[in-house]
Ligand binder design. Structure first.
Ligand SMILES: [Zn+2]
Ligand SMILES: [Zn+2]
Length: 359
């Protein structure tokens, strides 16, 4: 069984510029400057859908020839890509819950050093592995996003739960966004390409608001397979409760030292491990394969992110359950998958390695 994600019907240009030679930002600025004197008229004429100015979004993808008649599906896909445009990064588009959360977690991570205990550090290390490797790398990424394996009950429930308490959002939005990344990698519409800006790809892209319309379109076009899964939909709708519940439980039973290390510090380290896969491994490292994107293999990100740093391997062969293809490309998440396969909890594992890489 393979994941069939239809690539949006656009022809991204290398520069992301319009046929007119203007960048999306220039076009938006030009639009704003010509309407300065008629703000009222403009607000009356705005095509607001779920509070989102759809016309403005479409302006961001003006590189599509206007004469080209797009189907409704293609238009919706264009709209999804426009939601991820760095040109939307403005105060009014920030998701203040995410911004506040990120600031609070980072403050907590720094404060942890004033409440040191070895016991708390040990719990943080174990939870880091469970959330980052088992939750995000294995379940969200290799299982849900790429179907490189199928997890049976209860491994799927446990893996999804640890993905949820990694604090990177629900399984549907995470997966859909990642599939957009593979579809548009380092081209217009990529949610987090460092070719736009390294810090954008590392963290700013996440600070944008998620209007309901964006999620609706994203789920419809990128995860139609997962929206039929009641457990995943349940976790998508309730993930903040599980996340906050975990924090409060740790605080209640473990006290402040345990909370700051096992919740805040652990989560911040896992955040940056995951974010480095988006930023650093599209900038630095070596390539085993020629791909159309800038993906790279970077050993220290592979260490920090349990094997996900072999990102060029992954972009060249996203369906494979192993990210490390050479003998020295160690992949701890693959070790966990192998163990779960051994005990019968992981099945339909795509354990192939390209012939040319077997050395
Ligand atoms: Zn990538
Ligand atoms: Zn992937």
């Amino acid at each position: 069984m393979s994941t069939t994600i239809e690539k949006p019907e656009i022809e991204p240009s290398d520069t992301g510029q319009a046929d007119t030679g203007q960048s999306a930002t220039e076009q938006l600025e030009a639009r704003q400057s010509t309407t300065e004197t008629s703000d009222l008229d403009e607000s009356l004429e705005s095509n607001l859908v779920d509070g989102v100015d759809v016309d403005a979004l479409h302006e961001l993808v003006e590189y599509i020839p206007e004469t080209k008649k797009l189907s409704q599906n293609a238009q919706e896909r264009q709209e999804i890509l426009a939601f991820f445009s760095p040109d939307r990064l403005a105060w009014k588009n920030l998701d203040w819950i995410v911004v506040t959360w990120m600031v609070a977690m980072h403050v907590g991570a720094v404060a942890a050093f004033f409440f040191f205990s070895w016991q708390a550090v040990a719990v943080a290390v174990v939870l880091h592995w469970l959330t980052c490797s088992i939750g995000i790398c294995m379940t969200y990424h290799r299982c849900l996003s790429h179907r490189s394996l199928r997890l049976k009950w209860p491994a799927k429930l446990v893996g999804t739960f640890f993905g949820v308490i990694a604090g990177e959002g629900g399984p549907l939005r995470w997966t859909a966004t990642h599939r957009v990344h593979h579809g548009q990698s380092d081209q217009v519409g990529d949610p987090h390409s460092p070719l736009e800006d390294a810090w954008w790809s590392h963290l700013w892209w996440m600070m944008l608001k998620h209007p309901k319309r964006k999620d609706d379109l994203l789920f419809k076009h990128y995860v139609p397979d997962l929206t039929k899964d009641k457990m995943l939909v349940f976790f998508e709708k309730t993930f903040p409760l599980w996340l906050w519940g975990t924090g409060l439980t740790i605080l209640y039973f473990g006290g402040w030292s345990m909370f700051l290390w096992a919740f805040c510090f652990r989560m911040v380290v896992a955040y940056h491990s995951t974010w480095l896969v988006n930023s650093a491994t599209h900038l630095w490292g070596y390539r085993n394969y020629e791909t159309t994107d800038e993906s790279r293999n970077l050993w220290w990100v592979a260490v920090a992110a349990y094997g996900e740093g072999w990102h060029n391997n992954h972009h060249a062969h996203p369906r494979l359950a192993r990210a490390g293809h050479k003998k020295w490309e160690l992949d701890p998440t693959w070790w966990a998958i192998s163990f779960l396969r051994f005990i019968g909890q992981a099945v339909e594992v795509d354990d192939r390695i390209p012939e040319a890489s077997k050395s």
